[in-house]
Write a protein that binds this ligand. Sequence first.
Ligand code: AMP
Length: 113
Amino acid sequence: MSDTLFTKIINREIEADIVYEDDTVLAFRDIAPQAPLHVLVIPKKPIEMLARAGEDDRDVLGHMMLTAAKVAADEGYGDAFRLAMNNGEKAGQSVFHMHLHVLAGRAFEWPPG
Ligand code: AMP
């Protein structure tokens, strides 16, 4: 997989507003926020999309979920947040480095659009 925008953010070649980082994941504010809180949680391993993740990525995937909950809580939205992951272009994915959207701070529709 060639370097995506998000790999460049991990490598500090592109600036981002980073809210959490450890050896496995990075979380930063979305540049075009769709809610008062809109953070992206990405694995440092460049997995293209969820459908390309394998059994050996179980821990990374779990860690992304737990990080999303931690970020929401740290930002004051621990009780009400929405997670979204677009898998594939037809589902709305535009950056092909798997990422979890963490959204909070407004009402959300169900079912999602
Ligand atoms: P998706 O459409 O699910 O692939 O989500 C990609 C997200 O990346 C969008 O919500 C964009 O607003 C966001 N995005 C694109 N470029 C940047 C950037 N340089 N820094 C932060 N977020 C970005």
